[in-house]
Design a protein around this ligand. Structure first.
Ligand SMILES: [Cu+2]
Length: 163
């Protein structure tokens, strides 16, 4: 019966680790100002939805530079445009009304271990507004549960060896 708690904790931790690794999808916002994109250079994982919001007074748009998929049409103040990036690659875009407004979204190949995913998320200090904090917290909780579970298991094993 002493095995039950550690085993539950460990399996819970493993499930949480896997689910946080596959929860790469997230949402990121980019502000469109007069006359800039913020963040102008974004790095996301596949499956990320990026939403541009025009916080400026002038009309702007999000238009792929090289015939890519981004085509927001004209966004007035408060207007938004979303696109979900599935394919890895580099997506350059600009505002065709003000061609000196340029930005890019880099989509990673996303095929890494969970270590890659978390270090990537936390590396984005430029756009600290949209850190996937829930993923980080659940990873920490999972690791803590794993350590506690392993500790309990170890103590149980030690106790069993003592006559
Ligand atoms: Cu513009």
């Amino acid at each position: 019966m002493r095995w039950t708690l550690p085993l539950v904790l460990i399996s819970t931790a493993v499930v949480m680790l896997f689910s946080s690794a596959t929860q790469a999808q997230e949402s990121v916002t980019v502000s469109i100002g007069d006359f800039y994109f913020d963040s102008a250079a974004l790095t996301v994982e596949p499956g990320t939805t990026v939403t541009w919001t025009n916080v400026g007074q002038a009309p702007h748009n999000v238009t792929s530079t090289d015939g890519g998929p981004l085509a927001s049409g004209t966004l007035q103040n408060g207007g938004t445009y979303s696109y979900t990036f599935e394919e890895p690659g580099s997506y350059a875009y600009f505002c065709s009304i003000h061609p000196n407004m340029v930005g890019s979204v880099t989509v990673t190949d996303g095929g890494g271990a969970s270590d890659d995913a978390s270090s990537q998320s936390y590396g984005d200090s430029d756009d600290g507004s949209m850190l996937p904090s829930t993923g980080g917290i659940s990873l920490t909780v999972a690791l803590a549960a794993l350590l506690v579970g392993a500790g309990l298991l170890g103590r149980t094993l030690l106790r069993r060896r003592v006559p």
